[in-house]
Each structure stands twice: as C-alpha cells, then as structure tokens.
Design a protein around this ligand. Structure first.
Ligand SMILES: *[C@@H]1O[C@H](CO)[C@@H](O)[C@H](O)[C@H]1NC(C)=O
Ligand SMILES: *[C@@H]1O[C@H](CO)[C@@H](O)[C@H](O)[C@H]1NC(C)=O
Ligand SMILES: *[C@@H]1O[C@H](CO)[C@@H](O)[C@H](O)[C@H]1NC(C)=O
Ligand SMILES: *[C@@H]1O[C@H](CO)[C@@H](O)[C@H](O)[C@H]1NC(C)=O
Ligand SMILES: *[C@@H]1O[C@H](CO)[C@@H](O)[C@H](O)[C@H]1NC(C)=O
Ligand SMILES: *[C@@H]1O[C@H](CO)[C@@H](O)[C@H](O)[C@H]1NC(C)=O
Ligand SMILES: *[C@@H]1O[C@H](CO)[C@@H](O)[C@H](O)[C@H]1NC(C)=O
Ligand SMILES: *[C@@H]1O[C@H](CO)[C@@H](O)[C@H](O)[C@H]1NC(C)=O
Ligand SMILES: *[C@@H]1O[C@H](CO)[C@@H](O)[C@H](O)[C@H]1NC(C)=O
Ligand SMILES: *[C@@H]1O[C@H](CO)[C@@H](O)[C@H](O)[C@H]1NC(C)=O
Ligand SMILES: *[C@@H]1O[C@H](CO)[C@@H](O)[C@H](O)[C@H]1NC(C)=O
Ligand SMILES: *[C@@H]1O[C@H](CO)[C@@H](O)[C@H](O)[C@H]1NC(C)=O
Length: 754
C-alpha cells in the first residue's frame, strides 16, 4: 500500500519517457491516377497525369501541357506521340520509357543507298524531356560505321558518338561484346535533349565484309540491347526503348510558386529538374499516389499493408504520414520488433501464487462494479459536466473562448482507455497521458485530481484564459473535457523531454552548453513575464521548476502546467499544499503567508537559474547537509566567492565568464527572501535578453566584474538576520516534511534506475 500511496504523492519531477516511437518508412508504392473523366490506361500502359489522352467531356485537356499530349491507338493498344511509343511512365522517378526508331544506313547493289535517320520528334524535342544519362547508352553497330548523337537546343548544338571498323577481321567480333569492333558504345552526356541520331559509312562498305551492308546507331536503355554477330547482317529491331527524364513547367520551383503556377498538389514536395528546365513533384515520405493529381498524395496505411516494424498489426497505429507502435494494455516497451512489448514487472512475485478463487472474486466484483458504473455513467457525465463548470464554458460560447470541449469517449479512445503505458508524467495534481486524437494529432492529456466545487468558476475562467494564450514558449492548451469526475485538460505534445532531464541526465548534458542554457532561461523568463503581465488576467504559475519546462524538437523552451495548479485539490492536506510548490523551488515566504504570488514564481525561477548554473538538483538528500537546499547553497557560494567552483563542469569557457557572473547576479536577486525585494519577471526577462544580445555582439566590456559586486547584492545585514530566521524556521519545517522527503527520495531515484 505504501508504494501505491507514494505514487499519489508528489513526484517532484515529471518523468518523460517516450514509450511509443514514431517510425518513418520510405518505401513508397505509388499508385497512378489520371484526371477524372480521362483515360487511365492504353493497353497495358497506365497514363498518369500530367500525361493524358484527349479531353474530358467538359472540354478540359487530360494532360497538363502540350508536351504530355499522347494518343492512344485502341486497335493496336499503343500509346504514342508522333512516331514515339510510350511504354511506361513512372511518376515517382519522373521518368518515361519510350520506343525510338533505330537509325540505319544500308547499301544495296541493286537499289543503291537506303537510309533511315532518326530525327527529332514532337514529343522528345520538347525541352521537358531529357535523355537520362544514367539509364541509357549510345550504340553503333557495323563494320564501316560512324554514329552521332546530336543535341540541338536553345541554339546550342553538340554531339557525341563512336565509330567501328572491322577491316575484314572477323576473329575479334564476338557475341555480347560491344567494345569497338563491329559494335561500339559510349555514355551519354547529361542534359541531352531534342536529340537525333545520325549514322554513316567511311567507304560505303567497300572494304567491309560481304555480310555487312548496313550500319546502325541508336540510344538504348541499359541492358536492353545485347550485340550479336548476326546483327551486322540484319538488326532485328526497328525501335528500341530509351529512358527519358521529364519535368513540368518551364520555371524553377521557387519561381513557379511565386507566380502561382506550381502544380505540385497536397502532401508533396517540389524538386527542381536537374536538366535546368522546370521541376518535378514528389510525394512526401509516408505518402503515395500522384503528386500532380488535384487530390494530391494520400497517406500510406503502413499498418494494413505490412510496411511497419511494430511487433504485430495489432500494435500498429496509422498516423498521417507515418505510424506509431503501441504496446497492449499492461505491457511496456516501444512496440517495435527488436524490442517489443514486455509484461510490466509491476506485481511482486508473491502474487503469482494467489489462488484462482481470489481472482474470480476480483473479476466478479469488477464486473458488478462495471455494470453499475455503466448505468450511472450517462447521468454522471451530465452531472460532472455541470459540476465542472461546463455550463459557464458554454455560456462563453465555444468559439469566442477558443476552448474546444472534448467528449470523454474521444479522450478515452485517444489514450487507449488511459493505458498506463501512455503515462508520460505524474504531477502533483494529476497524471499526464500521451494520446492520439482521431485526426492523428498527438496530444498530452492531463487527468487532474479532484477539484473543489467552490473553485469551479475560477477553474473555467482560467481554462478560458489559458486556451487563449498563444505564446511560443508556453505549452498550448487545446481544450478540455468536463464530462468526467476529474476534468481533463488537453495540451499540445512537446516531444523532447524536460529541462530537468537535460540538466541532470549525464548523457544529455553534453549537448547542453552555456549558450543553450542562457537561451532557455531567457525564453522561460519571457514566457513567465508574459503571463504575469500580458495576459488579460495575471496568471501565477505556482510551480516553476525545471521539470515543468519542456523542450520541443528544436530545444525551444515551453513552460507547462501554467496556472493549472491554482485549482487546489479537494483532499487538501499538508501534502497537497506542498504540491503547490515543489520542494526546493518553494518561495520561503510561503511558509509564513501561505500565499503564492508572482514573486513566488520569481523565486522559483531563481532556483531554476541556480540549477542551470550549478547543474545540481534543488533537493539533493545525498550530499552533505549544507547542500540539501540548492538556493541556500548557491547563495552561500556567491557569498564565499566560490561560484566558479560550484558551476557545472563544462559550462565555463574563455568567453562566457562575464555572462555567467551576470546571470548569477540575477539569480541572487531572484532568490531574495522577501518577495518585495525580488525583481519582477519582466525585469528578469529583460536583463537576460540583454545578456544574450551582448554575448552575440561579443563582450566589449573590459575588466571582469568581480564577485565582490555580487556580494553587494546579497541581502544586507537586516535581511541577513531574516535569512537566519527563515533558516531556523525552515529547520523547524524540516522535521515535519521529513517523511515526505524520504518518499521523494524513493521517487526521485526512479528515473536513474530506468
Ligand atoms: C466538369 O466541370 C465541372 C465544373 O466545371 C467539374 O465539377 C466536373 O468535375 C468536371 N467533370 C469532368 C469530367 O471533368
Ligand atoms: C494533342 O495531340 C493530338 C494528336 O496529335 C492533336 O490532334 C491535338 O490538337 C493535340 N492537342 C493539343 C492541345 O495540342
Ligand atoms: C492504329 O494501329 C493500327 C495497327 O497498328 C494501324 O493500322 C492504324 O493505322 C493505327 N491508327 C492510327 C490512327 O494511328
Ligand atoms: C517507378 O520506379 C520505382 C523505383 O525504381 C519503382 O519502384 C516503381 O515500381 C516504378 N513504377 C512504375 C509504374 O514503373
Ligand atoms: C551512296 O552514298 C555514297 C556516299 O554516301 C555516295 O558516294 C554514292 O554515290 C551513293 N550511291 C548511290 C547509288 O546512290
Ligand atoms: C530540335 O532540333 C531541331 C534540329 O535538329 C531544331 O530545328 C528544333 O528547333 C529543335 N527544337 C527545339 C525545341 O530546340
Ligand atoms: C538559351 O541561351 C541563352 C544564350 O545562349 C541563355 O541566355 C538562356 O539562358 C538559354 N535558355 C535556356 C532555357 O537554357
Ligand atoms: C549541329 O552541328 C553539326 C556538326 O557541326 C552540323 O552538321 C549540324 O548542321 C548542326 N545542326 C544545327 C541545327 O545547327
Ligand atoms: C534522370 O533521372 C535519374 C533518376 O531520377 C537521375 O538519377 C538522373 O540524374 C537524371 N538525369 C538527368 C540528366 O536529369
Ligand atoms: C545486304 O546484302 C545482301 C546481299 O549482299 C542482300 O541480300 C540484303 O538484302 C542486303 N540487306 C539490306 C538491308 O539491304
Ligand atoms: C528491356 O530489358 C528488360 C529487362 O532486362 C526486359 O524485361 C524488357 O523486355 C526489355 N525490353 C525490350 C524492349 O527489349
Ligand atoms: C513557359 O510556360 C508558360 C506557360 O506554360 C508559357 O506561357 C511561356 O511562354 C513559357 N516560356 C518559355 C520560355 O517557354
């Protein structure tokens, strides 16, 4: 029971452990779609937009641009443009395979010279098409032959080619060997377009072999042509496949976006064409389909198409553009194949021996209880909604208050019925679950403890105020649910854990240099200042601590739990009161006044600054006596001129000593014993901002400010006495909190053990 009891006692820190891992998959199987009312296939060839055949009944063309205008010959099932046959169109690669005529020059004793030269055609002369240099080769076949590949575009003209002569030497001509005799091949330079092939002979086959009276040259897709001796007499192909890269438009992505002519649709990205002409579109990772089609790309359902790495389909939860793996109720783990899910090692082994009868009774009781609950549920929901101030909220009008009211069922579904595995934190006044809403948004859902009915109006007003706050450094409140006995608050999900974690976790600490610390301190101070002064009613946080400062993926600070702690839980005991300010951060004045004000937040923020500077926990029970209270320890350090020794290893360097001292001065001011003497949050924020600006412009200042200066700022003699006084009174309190501290110690030990 003791263990369970402890769980409900304040956990001084919010443990953020991401148990569900988001995995992105890059394996996209694109489906190809034509415009509505347009031909999707010609024979076996699919015709994805921007390519198209003809018009819709409306008279709009089925293709995007003239270059993609194709014709389908139904009787021969061939998709053509002029004399070019299109045999495959690949949207995701931006490529198309086409059959192109082979150039041929023959000598005939009777009929004389005959020649077929492959000329540019309407389709491939368009600048939208470039020969893929990577996927094709240029080949000439013959024994007295030269072949050219000419590219003519924008008035510039260039060619490549190869020649082959046999001089009657048949020994060197081998099947499958296109190395210069009888057959030669060259790579194709990049960005070749509007190409034509040209073939000729040096001596009109005079010195050539009797069996060779033709020369051929052509471009062909890699591995789609194998030379054979027989081809010298007669090449059995009229056309061969060539791979073209295509692009749409005639401007870059940026230009086309500026002009509003970009045709990349939903969930796609735009890539500039390597050919320098136009761009192409590609579905974002996790999406598939046709990025040119008005419907855009669609989400891949990884879970139902076995494209996930979760333990099983059951554990897989599809999201927009990705998926997450969840473990079944009562199990923990990341749900991914290598790691999987394991039974939570929660119950001691003694319980395993428990008799089946006991379990049966338990199950029976539960069933009875559930039936009873169900009957009462609907009535209860209404009652709770009213009790929790739902009517006040409705009066305000959902729209004007920006507060979204969630139903209990929705949130139950989002959290997999409050699955223990989805718990990402436990605070003094509730538990925080990670949840996935129906629209795939990931949110944090806070289940509060029981609220005093007398405070309902205040609660609702504060919910309304909080949901109107839109500050970069405050975790956004998205809405609430009032149908449950305890109100549920829905917040945006912040992914990167807590500041506490970053300061005190050895693995993460390295990433956490002084610059980042100063930035986060400044952001936090800005947020607190904003809420103290800028909001329509001043909001006091009451529980400022590093564990309530969350970091998002860019390590931007987001202050959480703002103002929510105003709602004093019903079971208000000495313990619950403690919750209001976490031990170590709590304003000492509160001991006398039992009031938490804006200045209490300033004090707590001072502790956070001290924490950032020293890297020490504000409530350490392991260290020697004097270190148990970080604020006390920090002040004494400053007083005894040992600040630099007290700094966390690694944050001090050549350039930042001055800044550190400045911040220490601010912390000292914040930690003054009387609230009145502390600066306001606005002043703190401005000073920190100033230090950051100075650090950006290098320190122009000359001599070091020394520590005597800080000591001046320490409480003067009279307040020193008060300090002593406060000291003894807190000593008195210590005995009272003794047992709590022990509990905390156990709980605090949890994260390092995990
Ligand atoms: C015809 O045009 C109307 C509106 O202009 C559009 O809603 C409809 O989808 C079009 N039909 C086809 C087959 O393109
Ligand atoms: C598309 O091609 C067909 C056949 O070559 C031609 O008749 C038609 O005019 C072309 N359409 C446009 C808009 O160029
Ligand atoms: C369609 O293909 C058939 C068979 O190859 C051919 O005879 C006919 O001329 C083609 N029609 C057109 C319009 O090209
Ligand atoms: C397009 O290319 C990709 C990658 O090479 C391939 O997976 C896909 O099957 C191709 N699609 C078509 C229609 O050829
Ligand atoms: C065949 O072509 C060659 C050069 O291309 C030319 O010299 C010769 O006169 C031509 N012969 C005939 C019969 O046209
Ligand atoms: C393609 O090349 C031919 C000559 O080979 C030229 O007449 C034509 O203008 C070129 N087309 C483009 C679009 O550059
Ligand atoms: C065409 O050539 C001119 C000058 O040679 C150049 O300024 C222009 O950028 C070129 N256009 C394209 C699309 O390459
Ligand atoms: C391109 O260059 C070749 C070789 O110099 C020449 O024969 C051909 O006429 C040129 N083509 C054009 C369109 O200028
Ligand atoms: C053609 O496309 C392929 C595959 O997307 C790419 O690797 C290649 O660089 C492209 N070549 C040109 C000349 O754009
Ligand atoms: C090549 O010459 C042989 C006889 O020497 C003749 O039978 C054959 O038709 C010729 N081939 C071509 C394509 O002219
Ligand atoms: C090209 O090569 C592929 C595979 O090597 C083969 O499946 C295809 O039939 C070939 N196409 C032609 C036109 O030879
Ligand atoms: C680029 O495309 C637009 C619209 O398709 C067209 O009006 C313009 O003439 C084109 N510009 C060039 C240089 O091809």
């Amino acid at each position: 029971m003791g263990v369970k009891g402890m769980l409900f006692i304040i956990v001084a820190l919010v443990l953020v452990e991401v148990e569900v891992e988001v995995v992105a998959i890059d394996d996209i199987d694109s489906t190809q779609i034509a415009l509505d009312g347009c031909r999707r296939k010609c024979g076996d060839v699919q015709i994805p937009y921007p390519f198209g055949v003809g018009k819709t009944v409306n008279g709009t063309t089925c293709f995007l641009e003239k270059s993609f205008n194709l014709t389908c010959n139904s009787s021969s099932s061939s998709l053509t443009s002029g004399n070019v046959h299109v045999i495959n169109i690949n949207i995701s690669q931006g490529q198309a395979d086409m059959l192109i005529f082979v150039s041929k020059y023959c000598y005939d004793n009777i009929y004389g010279n005959t020649s077929v030269i492959s000329l540019p055609h309407r389709l491939t002369s368009s600048p939208s098409f470039t020969i893929s240099s990577k996927d094709n080769k240029f080949i000439s076949v013959g024994c007295d032959t030269y072949g050219y590949l000419n590219s003519f575009y924008n008035n510039s003209n260039y060619s490549t080619g190869c020649l082959t002569r046999c001089y009657g030497n048949t020994m060197e001509i081998k099947d499958g060997d296109c190395s210069g005799i009888g057959c030669c091949e060259v790579d194709i330079p990049p960005r070749m377009r509007n190409v034509s092939t040209q073939v000729g002979t040096f001596q009109n086959f005079q010195s050539s072999l009797a069996f060779n009276n033709c020369s051929y040259s052509f471009v062909v897709k890699n591995d789609n042509y194998t030379f054979s001796k027989a081809h010298l007499e007669n090449l059995p192909y009229e056309m061969l496949p060539v791979v073209f890269n295509w692009s749409v438009g005639n401007k870059t992505c940026k230009e086309s976006f500026n002009r509003g002519t970009n045709t990349c649709k939903g969930n796609s990205i735009c890539l500039d064409a390597k050919s320098g002409h136009g761009y192409r579109c590609q579905c974002k990772q996790g999406f598939e389909g046709n990025p040119y089609h008005p419907h855009g790309c669609i989400d891949i359902d990884e879970c139902n198409t076995r494209q996930h790495s979760c333990v099983s389909d059951h554990n897989c939860h599809n999201t927009n553009g990705s998926y997450i793996c969840l473990c079944p109720k009562g199990q923990s783990g990341n749900g991914i194949k290598e790691d999987g899910c394991h039974k939570k090692n929660f119950l001691p082994h003694i319980f395993i021996g428990t008799s089946a009868g006991f379990i049966a009774i338990l199950v029976g009781t539960c069933l009875l209880y559930l039936t009873y609950q169900k009957r009462k549920l609907i009535k209860l929901k209404e009652k709770f909604f009213e009790q929790n101030g739902g009517l006040i909220l409705l009066q305000q009008g959902e729209e004007s208050s920006h507060t979204k009211i969630f139903t209990a069922d929705k949130l139950k579904k989002a959290t997999n019925n409050y699955d223990e595995n989805l718990i990402i934190g436990r605070g003094g006044y509730g538990t925080i679950f990670k949840g996935v809403l129906e629209n795939k948004t990931i949110v944090a859902i806070k289940k509060s403890k029981i609220v005093d009915p007398d405070q309902v109006v205040q609660f609702i007003n504060e919910v309304i105020v909080l949901s109107q706050i839109n500050h970069r450094n405050v975790v956004k409140l998205l809405g609430c649910c009032l149908e449950t006995e305890v109100p549920l608050l829905v917040y945006e999900f912040v992914s990167n854990g807590t500041l506490f974690d970053f300061i005190h976790n050895e693995n993460k600490r390295n990433y956490f240099n002084w610059e980042n610390r100063l930035r986060i301190a400044t952001e936090t101070a800005g947020a607190l200042s904003y809420l103290h002064s800028a909001a329509s009613i001043p909001i006091v946080h009451r529980d400022v601590k590093s564990a309530n400062i969350l970091l998002d993926e860019d390590y931007t600070a987001k202050v959480s739990d703002f103002g929510a702690s105003r709602f004093v839980p019903l079971d208000q005991t000495a313990l619950a009161t403690m919750v209001q300010g976490t031990f170590g951060y709590l304003d000492p004045e509160y001991m006398q006044t039992s009031q938490l004000t804006e200045k209490s937040d300033v004090y707590s923020f001072g502790v956070v600054l001290a924490e950032l500077l020293t890297g020490k926990k504000p409530f350490s029970f392991e260290k020697s006596e004097e270190k148990t209270n970080l604020a006390k320890y920090f002040l004494s350090c400053v007083k005894e001129d040992c600040l630099l020794e007290a700094l966390q290893v690694g944050i001090l360097n050549e350039g930042n000593k001055q800044e550190i001292v400045e911040v220490a001065i601010i912390a000292t001011k914040c930690l003054r014993l009387t609230g009145e003497e502390r600066p306001s949050m606005k002043e703190v924020a401005m000073e920190l901002e100033g230090i950051r600006l100075m650090s950006k412009h290098q320190w122009v200042n000359n001599g070091d400010k020394n520590f005597e200066e800080i000591q001046h700022l320490l409480p003067i003699s009279s307040s020193s006495e008060r300090y002593e006084h406060g000291d003894s009174s807190s000593g008195h309190q210590t005995t009272q909190y003794d047992s709590i501290m022990k509990d905390q110690e156990v709980l605090i030990a949890l994260p390092s053990g995990r």
